[in-house]
Design a binder for this molecule. Structure first.
Ligand SMILES: Nc1ncnc2c1ncn2[C@@H]1O[C@H](COP(=O)(O)OP(=O)(O)O)[C@@H](O)[C@H]1O
Ligand SMILES: [Mg+2]
Length: 306
């Protein structure tokens, strides 16, 4: 398949809307003066930041842009959410009445044993799947009431996925993989390319643009996935075990990156992880067990802030 064919297949599958990503007009992106440890070695070209339509260079940690319509309302809300899978004759409930409210700017870590429903939960939060029962609200909108095309639009604009199952397209090279989400947003091709190059520079992969995923290490692939997840500058980042298969150095690097997105960009971050380093950065920790919320803890970090 050619790139165009693959993109067309995706476009059909996700049925993305033509509405431009209005978020980009208001949201800041990387502060060009502060990317030191984020993998850029040249230290030069980042001043030419294609995400800088508005706030960049003056964007400091306190000026994180709020997207949600109503700051007092949860950005994401799950009410009595059930997910049941049909297994032949039997039904299996992977989630059993989840109630969860997530506010904009939170750094939420989801912990739980294998099979407890973490990935199922992330799929629902990410509008990749709908609950069997109950409701999922994104910015006060009940997503289960939406058409698939509308859902795809919201997904495309609001959520960056760093999922192991949501993998890179093996026949596309590094740069093309990062360009893909922008294709869905009908981004101007020249600007899209600039953005892709900028993001690849941030994650330290400028010299790997032409490599296919099979020609990259695990850590490099994960960095491509991160660059791709940021392409449309979404306010919510969902990550399922983002450091699971990585060496400590790459893992720390990615953690630092997510931390910056949270602190400087005010992004809402939701991560499934067992990595205690990541857990340290959480504002709250949700413990899942057998498809139920066992407990929710405010983190030490959060207590200090209050
Ligand atoms: N498509 C599916 N069909 C049937 N069962 C599923 C499906 N997806 C997940 N499950 C089951 O739901 C439970 C929760 O899965 P998952 O959300 O992937 O757990 P976790 O990510 O916490 O390991 C598991 O018991 C799993 O076997
Ligand atoms: Mg999982």
């Amino acid at each position: 398949m050619t790139l165009t064919e693959i993109i067309d297949t995706f476009k059909m599958k996700f049925n993305p809307s033509k509405i431009m990503n209005s978020l980009e007009k208001t949201a800041s992106f990387y502060d060009a003066s502060d990317h030191g440890s984020a993998g850029n070695d040249s230290g030069e070209d980042l001043k030419n930041n294609p995400y800088s339509n508005s706030v960049i260079n003056s964007a400091k940690s306190s000026s994180a842009v709020r997207i949600s319509q109503n700051a007092d309302e949860p950005f994401i809300k799950l009410t009595n959410v059930w997910k049941t899978y049909q297994m032949g004759e039997a039904e299996f409930a992977a989630l059993k009445g989840i109630n969860l409210e997530i506010y904009e700017g939170e750094f939420l870590v989801v912990l739980g044993p294998s099979g407890s429903g973490k990935s199922t939960l992330m799929n629902l939060i990410g509008c990749l799947d709908l609950p069997s029962k109950g409701a999922v609200f994104l910015d006060s909108e009940d997503i289960s009431k939406l058409e698939e095309s509308e859902l795809a639009r919201i997904r495309g604009q609001m959520i960056g996925f760093i999922f192991q199952s949501f993998n890179l397209i093996p026949t596309l090279n590094t740069q093309e993989n990062v360009l893909l989400p922008m294709e869905f947003q009908e981004e101007d091709a020249r600007i899209a390319r600039k953005k892709a190059d900028y993001l690849l520079e941030i994650v330290g992969l400028s010299d790997k643009k032409q490599n296919l995923p099979s020609q990259l290490s695990g850590g490099q692939r994960q960095r491509v996935a991160i660059a791709r997840s940021l392409a449309v500058n979404p306010p919510i980042i969902l990550a399922d075990e983002p450091t699971g298969n990585l060496d400590t150095k790459t893992g720390n690097y990615i953690l630092e990156f997510l931390d910056k997105l949270h602190e400087k960009e005010g992004k809402t971050i939701i991560i499934v992880t067992h990595d205690l380093e990541i857990v340290k950065h959480a504002t709250r920790i949700v413990y899942l067990r057998d498809g139920e919320v066992e407990k929710i803890e405010k983190s030490k970090k959060n207590e200090q802030e209050e």
